[in-house]
Design a protein around this ligand. Sequence first.
Ligand code: ADP
Ligand code: MG
Length: 620
Amino acid sequence: MEFQAEVSKVLGIVINSLYSNKEIFLRELISNASDACDKLRYLALTDQKLAEGMSDFRIKISTVKKDRSITVADNGIGMNKEDLIENLGTIARSGTTEFLESLSGDEKKDSALIGQFGVGFYASFSVAEKVEVLSRKAGEDQGWLWASDGAGTFTIAEADKEVPGTAITVILKKEDKDYIEDARIRNIVRTYSDHISVPIMLATKKGEDQLNTGSAIWTRQKKDITEEQYKEFYHHVGRVFDEPWLTLHNRAEGKLEYTNLLFVPSSKPYDLMNPDRKHRVQLYVKRVFITEDCEDLMPAYLRFVRGIVDSEDLPLNVSREMLQHNIVVTRIRSALVRRVFNELKKKAEKAPEEYSAFWDNFGGVLKEGLYEDHENREKLLEIVRFQSTAASDITSLAAYVERMKKGQEEIFYISGENIDALKASPQLEGFRAKGVEVLLMTDPVDEFWLPMVGEFDGKKFTSVTSGAVDLSKIKQTSKSKKAEEEGVSERAGDADIAKLVLAFKDSLGDAVKDVKPSERLTDSAVCLVAGEGDMDLHLERMLKMQGHLDVPSASRVMEINPSHSLIKKLAELVKKPAKKKSVEEMAHLLLDQARIIEGDPVADPTAFSQRLNSVLEGSL
Ligand code: ADP
Ligand code: MG
């Protein structure tokens, strides 16, 4: 049979460019063997037939020097013919597609990527001339032999196997024959697989040797676990291969009895933004693996957390249905969420730089909690961070409030797609002139939690692009006061501006909701703001981008800057009836300019270029 095209691609890379760290093939085989034991152990809880022939789980490694072969055998769930084709002939691992998508074609870079994603079973082909998988599925009688040299095809044939389980034999390439040495195997297992809870035995001349400690890592005392061991367990359980940024290992006793070993990654997992928003914490009951899909165990906005929870209170034969809306699970979740929050808070206070790196990766996800976890909102508000116009690094809300100006009653923010564009927004000019700090929001979720949460510490969140902003109550800082005084004399007269406003409204008609002289502009001639009570500019744009075409386009309020030289000239021009046409053209051009700055398309590109051309021509 032929491998699926993607598998062949992965195999090609593994065989041709995985030079360093080949030894991880053994880690992957052991990891799969351990998963297979966990699966059978769980199924046997409810299936008497499976339980009957079952003996103690173990993983056995044996070697035959003259064949250059290493065999990793387990007595776990096993595979039948269909399983073998499906699991070893197609892309079974969820990360492999992403892995293939991120390939660059540069061998060196791509082989480094393998380390990040892991390619599981296929890693064997980095050292193998040939791989044979002899397997029999628990509960079935027929055994199967799968074999391949990794070059495009594999074979499957009926085969005898006395007991259920899987034995994977790797026949080593000549240049990789060193992996057959006992000392080498011991060393690799101790480095990568000590955390595996199933005993890993090595068959030697004298008998069998257990290579790993053999108890689930989370049942051991913290002081007996090295950082390396934590890390290896994290890689195994989290299926990610970076360093853990945070490790939470706790035992709860009393009303609720459980152990948690949780990790926060130091980089963004590729599937963080998957629409399924599945969390990645595994549930164990009294050391027995139960499921990866206990939905209520962790809220979706903590889906970056990896690891396990082992409960003493749930029954071993707990079914999926029983896990839904289960009171024990709900209690464990509350406790875990609190625990994660506490640790994050500690980090935020004691190691702000590290927290900043965390925030970069997961802040956007954590903020989803502001929207959907009412119960923990207050706690979340303490640990959320924002970019802002004042601080060079991220700031907390409490710190923002401390820096608020006299007379300032609201927390101002501006939202959009990217920080640099936001910082250049004309709507910020007036705030900058008065030294008023504005939070910069670039996560899509901001548009959703802001209206839900509404305020912090009694101060309303207010968008600087909303019509309701009133800067007049905020005192000017001394330096900009001077600027303002100078500015006042430079402003066009109120009566002139009123005339210009009328002329603009006349020209623009329904294209704008209103035209107003602006208090928030200092340098730019015009800007757009939302009318009072209208949807925020950025939210509207975002909903449209997501295909919500039914969202009505609210027409905007155009604000004009009475101190801007262009506006002042126009205010003069508008007095001359002969110039009516020019003023009208200018009104349209300025509106389109404001749209462009906002990131909106101009309404009529052809009309826009004609107008622009005639102005350019006039200036020559
Ligand atoms: P992953 O372990 O991430 O699922 P692998 O490439 O390591 O990906 O393994 C692919 C699949 O092959 C596994 O999900 C499992 O279904 C099957 N498999 C591999 N080794 C074994 C084994 N020893 N016993 C039973 N199934 C196995
Ligand atoms: Mg695997």
